[in-house]
Design a protein around this ligand. Structure first.
Ligand code: ATP
Ligand code: MG
Length: 371
């Protein structure tokens, strides 16, 4: 998106910004325990950082500190290398897209008017606002003529949420804060919104802080995950694969769940795995696509009584064979079969490396978009 004027919907803030929290603490008045204590973490430009933790661990507080809805008790927050403390709060907030489940859209404004909120505050020309609204509705897969004139009450919950994301993106802010944006949505729509957000993010490459209660959502959405414990103390900050492979302590291990080995399999696709060679599709053998996750492959192999599957590439040719034995070695903790510990370790490392590589690809994609 290049800078433009007149009828172009182009934005003035094309660049994603780095975000750094430095020794941040927050004590609410009259509260004995701090809501956040000495929290430091940095988010690279164009990365999605997911904050996850139990209720009351300070996730929403952290978001409000970032856009200065509430005041810091201690520490500093830098956006694009610049302290938010030196910024005029209203101006700062226009540079930060904020999506929240509870407050949502202005009910007496149409969808178009809702999306136009920040561009209007910024004094954009009418034609430019109209073009931007159209572009954003298009981006979230909605028909501008059909949906633009409607009121929020005339949309489904999932549609409202998408409009909320479009509104937050309207002035192309360098930072997006998303506080449980898909929290109250049914699981199927939620999975769709997550996929859509990831697709959108691959295009716009924003720096995003995303809050969720749901570790599976965190693993799916995050380049990095920050796990907070009560009192806003950082338990671990790492890429999803690292978190699943090496939880820092019992709290994190419990939080990511006993099935973390399985979850880790969900981070890699069969394309990341060294498959057993195949001559061609075997008659009667089940098939699975190369783009499927290793976890899906395991489910399918188990469902077929442990029989191997032919893996098909995009052209429908045989890319290799996936066997229960191979999947067992990737699982790496001996839940499947009883391979030698050394084999398991090799498998675990292989998957760990690949999963980490996967994260890099995601980041590289965003960087390209930002460039
Ligand atoms: N305005 C306030 N005044 C006093 N205490 C507050 C205020 N807002 C939040 N708190 C307290 O600060 C702590 C962190 O709250 P916060 O809303 O940040 O948690 P959260 O991690 O977002 O929780 P949830 O997952 O339930 O949304 C809680 O103990 C909460 O009671
Ligand atoms: Mg909250």
């Amino acid at each position: 998106m290049s800078a433009g004027s007149g009828s172009s919907g182009a934005s003035p803030f094309p660049e994603a910004a780095t975000l750094e929290l430095v020794g941040v603490s927050k004590r609410y008045p009259g509260q004995r325990e701090p809501a956040i204590e000495d929290l430091s973490l940095s988010v690279a430009a164009g990365e999605v950082c997911v904050l996850v933790g139990p209720s009351g661990s300070g996730k929403t507080t952290a978001m409000r500190l970032i856009n200065r809805m509430i005041a810091l008790s201690d520490g500093d927050i830098l956006l694009g290398g610049r302290s938010v403390l030196g910024r005029e709060p209203n101006e700062l907030r226009r540079e930060i897209g904020y999506v929240i489940q509870q407050i949502g859209l202005f009910p007496h404004h149409t969808v178009s008017e809702n999306i136009a909120t920040v561009p209007r505050m910024l004094g954009w020309e009418k034609s430019r606002i109209a073009a931007r609204v159209r572009e954003l509705l298009d981006l979230i897969g909605m028909n501008a003529d059909e949906v633009g004139p409607r009121y929020p009450g005339q949309l489904s919950g999932g549609q409202r949420q998408r409009v909320g994301v479009a509104r937050a993106l309207a002035a192309d802010p360098p930072l997006m804060l998303m506080d449980e944006p898909f929290g109250a949505i049914d699981p199927i729509t939620r999975a769709r919104l997550q996929d859509e957000f990831l697709r959108l993010q691959a295009q716009v490459g924003k720096t995003v802080v995303f809050v969720t209660h749901d570790i599976d959502e965190a693993i799916k959405m995050g380049d990095k995950i920050a796990i907070l414990r009560q009192g806003g103390r950082l338990a671990q900050y790492a890429a999803p694969a690292d978190l699943l492979t090496n939880p820092a302590d019992e709290f994190v291990a419990e939080f990511v769940g006993a099935d973390r080995a399985l979850k880790r399999l969900g981070l890699s696709t069969l394309a990341d795995v060294e498959l057993t060679a195949a001559g061609g599709p075997m008659p009667g053998q089940g098939t699975i696509e190369l783009a499927a996750t290793v976890r899906d492959a395991l489910s399918k192999v188990l469902a077929s009584g442990g029989a191997p599957l032919t893996v098909l590439d995009e052209q429908g040719g045989a890319a290799g064979i996936v066997t229960l034995e191979l999947l067992g070695s990737l699982l790496g903790d001996g839940e499947l079969g009883d391979r030698a510990a050394s084999d398991r370790k090799a498998g675990g490392e292989m998957l760990g490396d690949r999963a980490a590589g996967n994260g890099t690809t995601k980041a590289a994609g965003s960087a390209e978009q930002a460039a």
